[in-house]
Design a protein around this ligand. Structure first.
Ligand code: HEC
Length: 211
């Protein structure tokens, strides 16, 4: 009797997991179907590049103005109050969700989620083996395509706020950074390092509509 009950329980559990696997497989197949067209992939890459480049130029324009107006330290004030606001408002302009994600993040909101971390680790490996870092498209858990691209520390100016404390980042600036970002991990970078990734989430429904 006891053995029978155990067998029934095992069947029940196996059935349950079977169902779960099946439904997640179906979901995956559905998601992949959505991205089969090469033209859609190319369009996401094209739009993703445009959006990230426009965001960079808006950032750079404001950063330059802030540095010219009051030096690097006042630019930190500016970044602190405006960076998230800028990405959010540009997200609205392009009907996408624009994020910068980093493993060693400064703003706690810019953490790597699970999928972002996978992409980031791939880029790190590719960088270490001197492969080109190309944009990648992955589907998130809601079935929406996400455009990823690497963010490298390409300019000397970046090191003034993300380089070595006491060397490239003055002590005064470190104090300022700690004030705004007590959990700051975004220091000790070298020129050329992978700083993070762009993650631009497109809306599946509006992409299908435009298609
Ligand atoms: C004036 C100081 C300053 C300079 C110069 C600077 N940054 Fe930053 N950076 C910041 C601050 C402050 C933040 C946090 C912004 C926020 O609150 O969203 C930040 C955030 C970031 C993030 C988002 C991820 C995170 O850690 O929060 C990336 C990516 C980044 N910076 C890359 C760069 C690159 C690349 C350059 C050079 C082109 C650069 N930064 C130059 C101060 C600076």
């Amino acid at each position: 009797m006891k053995a029978k009950a155990i067998v029934i329980i095992i069947f029940f559990i196996a059935g349950f997991y079977g169902c779960r696997n099946k439904s997640s497989n179906n979901k995956q197949a559905e998601n992949q179907n959505f991205l089969v067209t090469e033209s859609l992939k190319n369009r996401i890459i094209r739009e993703g590049k445009n959006i990230s480049q426009s965001t960079v130029s808006v950032f750079q324009k404001h950063l330059k103005q802030a540095i010219n107006a009051g030096g690097i330290d006042s630019a930190i004030n500016y970044c602190h109050s405006k960076a998230m606001f800028l990405t959010d408002s540009l997200s609205g302009v392009y009907s996408v969700k624009i994020k910068r994600m980093a493993k060693k993040n400064r703003n706690p909101f810019n953490f790597l989620d699970k999928q972002g971390e996978k992409v980031y680790n791939e880029y790190q490996k590719e960088l270490a083996s001197a492969q080109p870092l190309k944009p990648k498209i992955l589907i998130n858990e809601k079935g929406n395509p996400v455009y990823y691209a690497p963010i490298r520390l390409g300019k000397d100016v970046c090191l003034k706020c993300h380089g070595t404390p006491k060397k490239e980042i003055t002590e005064k600036r470190m104090i300022l950074l700690k004030k705004y970002y007590p959990e700051d991990k975004a220091v000790n970078f070298k020129k050329g390092d992978l700083r993070g990734v762009w993650a631009i989430t497109f809306d599946k429904a509006s992409l299908e509509k435009k298609n």
